[in-house]
Write a protein that binds this ligand. Structure first.
Ligand SMILES: Nc1nc2c(ncn2[C@@H]2O[C@H](COP(=O)(O)OP(=O)(O)OP(=O)(O)O)[C@@H](O)[C@H]2O)c(=O)[nH]1
Length: 312
């Protein structure tokens, strides 16, 4: 049958009028390339339906644009912008804004702390991009897992060691060998500080050409100092214990470290972060959140607009 003979409901008048904020497709499977790696992503893509009387958008145009512009290709900011521009061009007169969300997991090979081993870690990420009359906006989200050792518990544990030492060594002239041996025994560490597997949830509005997902993950792990490990031998485990001892972290410390690290990045225009320490002392979590240049209630993400003038 000739395509001209097919009824096209989308071009008909809507039986019930009104503009719609977003119309599109959700959970489209799409391979793409991020930081040189192939990633299986899921995508939501859509446009606003600003023409109150139009029955529907043209979903096939968005679907085809997505595959042709982004499928199997490096996801850079210019590519995302071009894709969204194509969505708007194909909905001229109907839509003023186009947006997409990409979700997936990036697998990164991470070396052990000491040994020559390595393994893979999965980092969940989300990319949100939007093109509207106010500009082009891109937001990157990622999660980083790390270990947090409680500084309060560490101080109390050190005090317990001092008290045990004072009880054990009543002779002020105790020998180096005796003290050394005692420190290496279980009695020499009567208390251990509690630590917990923790999560940093990072949302960053990004500028520039590239999507700095690996840079974001690397900066966050470096700032925290106690990223979750992959392959671990005893030498690596001891190095991890030392790293935890050197990086005692309340949730407040973790949030501030991450904030300071992100503010130094040329690609970070604004951020919102949340750290969650799944306490082993309590049955509840310790949580800290922080924002920087993040307009309250804003859902969009500044990319090429002047950040300072919009967000102060
Ligand atoms: N707008 C809209 N389309 C839907 C929906 N659910 C499924 N579709 C289908 O999406 C398909 C593609 O729509 P269009 O892009 O308008 O397809 P088309 O008319 O062949 O393409 P164009 O000629 O480019 O407009 C149609 O077969 C619709 O039935 C929906 O809820 N809304």
């Amino acid at each position: 049958m000739n395509v001209q003979n097919l009824p096209d409901v989308a071009t008909q008048n809507a039986p019930c009028l009104g503009p719609l904020d977003w119309v599109g497709m959700s959970d489209i499977a799409l391979p793409l390339v991020l930081d040189g790696q192939r990633v299986q992503a899921r995508v939501d893509i859509g446009v606003s339906l600003d023409d109150s009387g139009a029955r529907g958008i043209h979903m096939s145009r968005l679907y085809l644009a997505l595959g042709e512009e982004l499928g199997g290709r490096p996801a850079t900011l210019p590519v995302l912008r071009q894709l969204l521009q194509r969505c708007l061009d194909s909905h001229e007169g109907l839509s003023q804004s186009a947006s997409l969300e990409l979700r997936g997991e990036l697998l990164l090979q991470r070396p052990a702390l000491v040994s020559a081993l390595s393994g893979y870690k999965a980092y969940p990420f989300e990319i949100a991009a939007r093109l509207d009359p106010w500009g082009f906006h891109v937001e990157l989200q990622a999660q980083v897992g790390y270990s947090s050792t409680c500084p309060c518990s560490a101080a109390l544990s050190r005090q317990a060691t001092q008290q045990a030492f004072a009880r054990h060594f009543t002779d002020p002239l105790a020998s180096f060998e005796d003290v050394h041996e005692w420190l290496g025994s279980q009695a020499g560490m009567p208390a251990t500080p509690h630590s917990q597997r923790s999560q940093a949830h990072l949302r960053v509005r990004v500028t520039g050409e590239e999507l700095p997902l690996v840079a974001l993950l690397d900066e966050a792990e470096a700032a925290l100092g106690t990223a979750l490990q992959t392959a671990v031998k005893r030498a690596d485990e001891q190095a991890f214990a030392i790293a935890n001892g050197r990086n005692l972290l309340f949730c407040e410390d973790a949030a501030r470290r991450l904030g300071h690290a992100l503010q130094r990045q040329p690609w970070a225009a604004a951020y919102r972060l949340r750290v969650v320490h799944a306490e082993s002392l309590h049955a509840h979590d310790a949580v800290a959140t922080a924002t920087w240049r993040w307009a309250p209630g804003s859902q969009t993400h500044v990319c090429d607009a002047p950040v300072k003038s919009l967000h102060g």
